[in-house]
Ligand binder design. Structure first.
Ligand code: SF4
Length: 345
């Protein structure tokens, strides 16, 4: 994603001192955004700091304090930290890495609505996230071009209503759970009024990096609809799945949401069978089905996370031999112009 600051594209962030705001908004407003502060909090090596400052000029740092607390101080190789750690590696990219690796620009009928695949459509519901993942394939997405204001999504709903073959609306971003409850509930209500839609899918990292978001008012918005609700959390490592995350997942499940997980295969984070097996086991304990394991999208600035296909296939085979089939996520890659995710191997 682009600048991605909380507050973009219709999102309301609470000022740090606004005691009347929901707790999750206050925690988000208080997240770590300053590179020097991250270095202080996690006692990171000073020699990495100058390049980190440069790397955050185009894609700022954002880390909730609760997520940072799960990281090991003094260790830049910590797999949780590595996902959010700005590095000098981001400043140059090899050939083939681009700002729009999936060619999403202009592939929808109306701004913010992507209709890449038959039968479902994706709405970029906001440009805001609760964390900035350095591998994000939308790190350069032009969120600033999205429409804003009351019911900005009306043209998207009209486009969905004109396509009776579209049965699923995917809310993505950015992260749709950064939307305040009132906006999210209105968006879901309008989606439910589209006759052809039967399913609502939310792709979000908030239950993992800011589990306080899963509060009663959110659950009411997700369940007070005729649409079947599926929440795809994005966890890449078992250590992200703390006791608080487990409670958030339990609340979502008890509310009737189907829970899936998708991960990105990331060098230095989860590129070995034992780490991925531990992730699947932990997800199973939380009632979350491992769904996809993505090969990295070649986005400029993220090449240091890439794994060769040969290595990815070998890791995946080993995973298969150690887990029951339903705990083995499908190894896939997204390719522009293809009718769906493509199996790797
Ligand atoms: S939360 Fe999702 S959209 Fe936001 S930076 Fe991370 S991967 Fe990208």
């Amino acid at each position: 994603m682009q600048a991605g600051a909380v507050g973009e594209a219709g999102t309301v962030a609470a000022p740090v001192g606004d005691a009347s705001a929901p707790r999750w908004q206050r925690l988000l407003a208080d997240a770590i955004r300053d590179v020097d502060e991250l270095w202080r909090v996690l006692a990171l090596p000073a020699d990495l700091l100058p390049a980190a400052r440069l790397a955050t000029r185009d894609f700022p740092l954002l880390v909730p304090r609760g997520f940072a607390a799960l990281m090991k101080p003094g260790d830049p190789a910590d797999p949780l930290l590595r996902q959010v750690l700005p590095l000098g590696d981001e400043l140059s990219s090899p050939p083939g890495y681009s700002s729009d690796p999936l060619h999403e620009s202009g592939c929808g009928p109306t701004p913010g609505l992507l209709t890449k695949y038959r039968g479902r459509a994706l709405l970029v519901a906001t440009g805001a996230c609760a964390v900035h993942c350095r591998y994000c394939f939308r790190r350069h997405y032009p969120y600033g071009d999205l429409p804003r204001g009351a019911r900005w999504w009306a043209p998207a709903m009209a486009a969905l209503a004109s396509d009776p073959g579209c049965h699923e609306l995917i809310l993505s971003g950015g992260d749709p759970l950064t939307l305040p409850d009132g906006i999210l509930a209105a968006l879901i209500r309008d989606a439910a009024a589209v006759p052809g839609l039967t399913r609502l899918r939310l792709h979000t990292r908030l239950p993992v990096v800011l589990p306080e978001r899963v509060e009663a008012s959110l659950l009411a918005a997700l369940t007070g609809t005729r649409l079947n609700c599926c929440v795809v959390v994005h966890a890449n490592h078992a250590r992200e799945l703390s006791a608080e995350v487990a409670e958030a997942c339990a609340r979502l499940r008890e509310a009737g949401c189907l829970l899936l997980n998708q991960s990105v295969l990331l060098a230095g984070v989860n590129d070995d069978p034992a780490t991925l097996a531990a992730l699947s086991e932990r997800l199973a304990a939380l009632g979350v089905i491992p769904y996809y394991l993505h090969q990295l999208d070649p986005v400029a600035g993220a090449a240091h996370f890439a794994i060769s296909d040969a290595r990815a296939i070998a890791v995946h085979r080993e995973l298969h031999s150690n887990l029951p089939g339903w705990l083995v996520p499908r190894l896939v890659r997204e390719l522009p112009g293809e009718p769906g995710k493509m199996a790797v191997g």
